[in-house]
Design a protein around this ligand. Structure first.
Ligand SMILES: Nc1ncnc2c1ncn2[C@@H]1O[C@H](COP(=O)(O)OP(=O)(O)OP(=O)(O)O)[C@@H](O)[C@H]1O
Ligand SMILES: [Mg+2]
Length: 373
């Protein structure tokens, strides 16, 4: 029996589907890949409702990443050409999720990852040492501790570097030689096995960068040139975003062993409010003052899950009445003036909708008091 995990990595969660897709398509695959590029795209973007035929039956593949299929295709082609892939975008647009799905499909693991921070060191991108072994045996292959990047190179897997722009520029630049020479030398092991770690076929690198952090513009030109950039935009379609938020909120509640009981209309209202505040303009084209806080799909999922859990564990009169408080919580993260902007949204777009007679928006308008203090 396996122990339950709070977050199951995609290679585990979708193990059956990955095995099915790997067997389903006998077409040409890039060296070291577990499945064809077409199957990787199908795994991530779904099979569009039509079943995929495999040796042991047929299966409809559900989309995991909601967005343009062409974006997923470009990512896959970049990696098939052994170029680095840099996913950039606003926070919470599923850049990390997309990089994990790509890694899981291409090489069977999304675990070879380095989290970029201001404290990331070159060791974390190259190699370090097990000091006990180093003292006992000196520098040997056994005392070397490979970084996830070095492991990916020598095993032909996908390495992921999260939030690359949060690393100091000189640390980022350690990747330049890795990506052009495709090897890491270990001078301490000169003359021994493992003195040079060569990248074998299948090795590639996916990095993510958040546009709210230190910019990608500050990356060195040498490093930028080694990546194909792909911008991951927020979900364009309202219905697709509502469906995703609903699915994930339901999953969060069911994980807690409770029954999901929030009306679809409540989540549609929630997602619409998020989109209005994110875009600075309402669906009707009315201007909305944008808060500086991030109003991403990921935040919408978190709020929807909280409302779902609240309705399941602490049933009260009306899940919609919880929305203003949660929105305030999301909005109040950066700038105190954002609370005022939320109130202005209530008195602007939201009020106009309420006056136009929409029941949901009228009820929401009536909870305006929560925002005043
Ligand atoms: N287009 C999308 N398709 C599927 N899920 C999405 C999408 N956009 C957002 N999500 C949801 O948002 C969550 C957060 O995504 P993730 O952490 O990958 O974002 P990120 O872009 O890496 O954010 P950050 O920049 O903060 O690291 C996902 O797990 C998923 O629930
Ligand atoms: Mg991320």
């Amino acid at each position: 029996m396996t122990t339950a995990r709070q977050i199951d990595p995609p290679e585990h969660r979708y193990a059956d589907e990955l095995a099915f897709l790997a067997a389903a398509d006998a077409g040409a695959r890039p060296p070291g890949w577990r499945m064809t590029p077409r199957s990787v795209v199908t795994f991530i973007a779904g099979s569009g409702g039509t079943p995929v035929h495999g040796p042991d039956g047929r299966r409809v593949i559900e989309p995991k990443f909601v967005g343009e299929r062409a974006l997923v295709e470009r990512c896959v082609v970049t990696l098939a050409g052994e170029r680095g892939l840099l996913l950039v975008g606003e926070p919470g647009t599923a850049k990390s999720m997309l990089s994990e799905l790509l890694a899981a499909a291409i090489c069977g693991t999304s675990a070879l990852a380095v989290q970029g921070t201001a404290g990331t060191t070159e060791d974390q991108l190259r190699y370090g040492w097990n000091y006990a072994l180093l003292l006992a045996k000196g520098p040997t292959a056994e005392s070397l501790v490979p970084s996830p990047v070095l492991t990916a190179m020598t095993t032909g897997a996908v390495a992921r570097v999260e939030e690359i722009t949060r690393c100091l520029p000189e640390i980022q630049d350690a990747l330049v030689s890795i990506m052009s020479e495709r090897r890491i030398s270990v001078p301490e092991l000169a003359g021994q096995d493992g003195a040079v770690g060569y990248a074998v076929p299948g090795f590639c690198l996916i990095a993510t960068a958040n546009l709210r952090d230190r910019g990608v513009s500050e990356m060195s030109a040498a490093l930028k040139r080694r990546f194909n950039f792909e911008v991951v935009p927020p979900i364009a379609d309202l219905d697709a975003e509502v469906a995703l938020v609903t699915r994930q909120a339901r999953a969060a509640v069911e994980r807690g062993g409770a029954t999901y009981a929030v009306d679809e209309a409540v989540l549609e209202t929630l997602v619409t409010a998020f989109r209005d505040l994110r875009n600075g303009v309402s669906a009707e084209g009315w201007e909305v003052e944008r808060p500086s806080s991030v109003m991403s799909t990921a935040e919408a999922v978190a709020v929807a899950a909280s409302i779902g859990l609240s309705a399941a564990y602490l049933p009260g009169p009306d899940p919609l009445s919880l929305l203003p408080g949660h929105l305030l919580g999301v909005v109040r993260k950066d700038d105190p003036a954002d609370a005022g902007r939320l109130l202005a949204y209530w008195d602007g777009a939201l009020r106009r909708r309420a006056e136009a007679g929409s029941r949901m928006w009228r009820q929401l308008w009536e909870h305006r008091d929560v925002l005043r203090d």
